[in-house]
Design a protein around this ligand. Structure first.
Ligand SMILES: *Cc1c(COP(=O)(O)O)cnc(C)c1O
Length: 364
């Protein structure tokens, strides 16, 4: 590669490891290539000698990791002649599907749970001009409806049951190894429908067995830690649950579609699932913003909430290297952010130099 490589999306970058050909029309918004940021303050604050990196997927084109899967899913849908895509969504899949459909010039239909979708995600999906179908039900019910309707209408499902989604998303693991030069000891991530933990594990496994001469020889694979919200933790319960509830709406899922794949990732990697309360998740979200300048959405912070807990018990030992995936951007969910900062209301003062000076001195 030349030193002046313009990143043109993850399909272009990892073409030889994805199911595309030289004639495939690639539908891309230059997704991927997201920063892997080492935390500088939190390890010191918690008094642990660890290297924690966050993979900030909120910096993808529509603000979540869903874009990695969507570039592949929509590219293949278009290649196969599809004129329309459909998904059930807690918000981010719908925003991503809508954007890539707009880019491709095809239609997007999205089923969302009534009233349980973050404001920014709804706004995005509207702007990208998708047809939004709100149902009086939750994500799991939307997912079942999508699977049925796809049998009767000419639409391609772009939820993570679409295997191309997983292929696109596995490239996040490639990027991590390409950036670090090694695989981390632990990989922590939030788990909802469980497509992403499936994808990372696939990526790590493929990298560790790659015969690609350009790839570093990395045989190690991380231990996978999947964290759920306490009110939506079917992997901790060991069975699907009926009425998932959490403020972290992106992981408000009771019947994960990638059930068997996620268990395989856990077992093969020697990892575990655990669950954390909304309070723990929100505290981790605030901690990241306040102490590192990184604003992720609530669901994403489950990865840090879980890591902090497992470091405190020693389950993840000092000396480890850890990657946490921050799945989505905090600005998608302004309601939660404003609620989190309810006691930091702006002060209103006179528009005079004196008043501004006093306000500054008062809070130094
Ligand atoms: C989709 C999503 C998740 C959950 O990912 P799954 O692949 O469904 O497990 C977590 N966080 C955010 C922000 C998401 O958009």
């Amino acid at each position: 590669m030349s030193t002046h490589t313009h990143h043109q999306g993850l399909i272009a970058r990892y073409k030889d490891r994805l199911p595309v050909s030289d004639t495939t029309r690639i539908i891309s918004l230059n997704e991927g290539n997201t920063p892997l940021i080492e935390l500088q303050n939190i390890p010191r604050l918690i008094g642990k000698d660890v290297k924690i990196y966050v993979k900030f997927e909120g910096l993808n084109p529509t603000g979540s990791f869903k874009d990695r899967g969507m570039t592949m899913a929509v590219t293949k849908a278009v290649e196969q002649g599809s004129q329309a895509i459909i998904c059930a969504s807690t918000g981010n899949t719908s925003a991503s599907a809508a954007a890539y459909a707009a880019r491709a010039g095809i239609k997007a239909f999205v089923l969302i749970p009534d009233g349980k979708i973050a404001l920014g995600k709804l706004a995005q999906t509207l702007m990208y001009n998708a047809t939004i179908i709100q149902i009086n039900g939750n994500f799991d019910q939307g997912m079942e409806l999508v699977k049925e309707v796809a049998l009767h209408a000419p639409v391609t499902i772009v939820n993570s049951i679409n295997p191309y989604r997983i292929d696109g998303q596995k490239t996040a693991a490639f990027e991590i190894i390409d950036d670090l030069g090694f695989a981390p000891d632990y990989h922590c991530l939030p788990v909802g429908n469980a497509g992403n933990i499936t994808a990372y594990w696939k990526g790590y496994k493929e990298y560790s067995t790659s015969t690609d001469t350009h790839a570093a020889i990395v045989t190690k694979r991380p231990i996978m830690c999947g964290y759920q919200a306490a009110g939506a933790a079917p992997f901790v319960a060991g069975h699907p649950i009926d009425n998932p509830e959490t403020i972290a709406t992106a992981i408000r899922i009771g019947n994960p579609q990638s059930w068997d794949f996620a268990w395989a990732a856990q077992k093969e990697s020697g990892g575990w699932f655990d669950k954390f309360t909304d309070e723990q998740i929100l505290a981790a979200q605030k901690m990241l913003s306040k102490h590192e300048g990184i604003f992720c959405e609530p669901a994403s912070a489950a990865s840090l909430a879980g890591l902090l807990h497992d470091l405190s018990t020693g389950k993840i030992p000092e000396g480890s290297s850890i990657v946490c995936t921050l799945t989505g951007n905090g600005i998608k969910d302004p309601d939660v952010a404003i609620m989190q900062c309810a006691d930091a209301k702006p002060v209103t003062i006179d528009a005079s130099l004196d008043a501004v000076k006093r306000a500054i001195l008062d809070s130094l």
